[in-house]
Design a protein around this ligand. Sequence first.
Ligand SMILES: N[C@@H](CCC(=O)N[C@@H](CS)C(=O)NCC(=O)O)C(=O)O
Ligand SMILES: [Fe+2]
Length: 370
Amino acid sequence: MKPIQLFDTASSTYTYIVFDPASHDAIIIDPVDAQLMRDLKVLREQGLRLVWALETHAHADHITSAGQLAELAGVKTTAPQGCGINSASVLLKDGDTLDFGHEQVRALHTPGHTAGSMCFVWRDHVFTGDTLLINGCGRTDFQSGSAAAMYHSLTEVLFKLPDATTIWPGHDYQGRSHSTIGHEKAGNARVAGKTLPEFIAIMDSLHLPPPKRMNEAVPANLHLGLRHDAPLLHALIERAAEGYAGDVSAALAAQWWQQGDAVLVDVRTEAELAWVGFVPGAIPIPWKQWPGMAMNQAFDETLQAAVPKGKKVLFLCRSGVRSIAAAKRATELGLQAYNILEGFEGDPNEQAQRGQRGGWRGNGLPWRQS
Ligand SMILES: N[C@@H](CCC(=O)N[C@@H](CS)C(=O)NCC(=O)O)C(=O)O
Ligand SMILES: [Fe+2]
């Protein structure tokens, strides 16, 4: 079994998803904020339930999406205890293990790139973060880095793993994907066959420019990528759901709709549209069914006629209950159906601030009062 390896080109960062094939419980290692939607999509497509998000260290070159994954997917966050990421729900010490389904990862404290850096061992694989890279290693010239500590972590911790262990690095800047402990022990240009003074001399002579996003990334990552004052209410989100394609935020729904990728169907009753307000351009197909009631043929037929082949359908109701029922029915009819989270009402605070006769709602949907 292999991990799913994902790449962020902007920062050359590898993110990993590892899962238990029996329970479908999964973990994600070093997720990147710009790839949040991609990662949620992979999880949904593979039918995985994310249980842990792990950070190998406080990154200096990109912002983690762990905080957003916690808010959107309910994942529990973990970080090495020596990295100052104190908002993580679990802080890991050397040797700690995390279970996901019948699988387990073990944390190895490997200081050097940063003082708190960790690697994670799973079966005969090791996720080495920015400690051991392919034919290289993480830099040691900032963020509590230490070449001497790195030398010890490489030679006394990682190189003590079996030679056949597959290495999955946190970055690669030359398109390589993985290596093995045996291979790096024998040929890694920075450390193989080097004494400690030789290694320190090599690290001291690198003179790498600082990561471009360092001043922004490090403080953000100490809070798992979330700013205290930035509510996620209107973020563009898409998440897995059972019985239909998924849940989306109103903002993302509006984007798909405006791009012409999706049809927007409002399932509220005529009376509600008249009294509460409506979304101009949305197709009204009221959902008038409840458990035990025979299927409403009119709903099925109008819906099928309204959604062109190849387009998604987005369902909107008042609070997000009927839209789920409608999305499930549409899925049975063979459509790619999504439920819009929060419904038309959305956030009560925002609703109070809304203009009287219409305009654009804060969540991205236009609306008008009849
Ligand atoms: N050029 C990249 C930074 C690259 C960099 O410094 N990467 C760090 C990991 S955060 C490293 O340890 N690199 C080791 C190396 O390039 O040998 C950026 O601006 O973001
Ligand atoms: Fe790093």
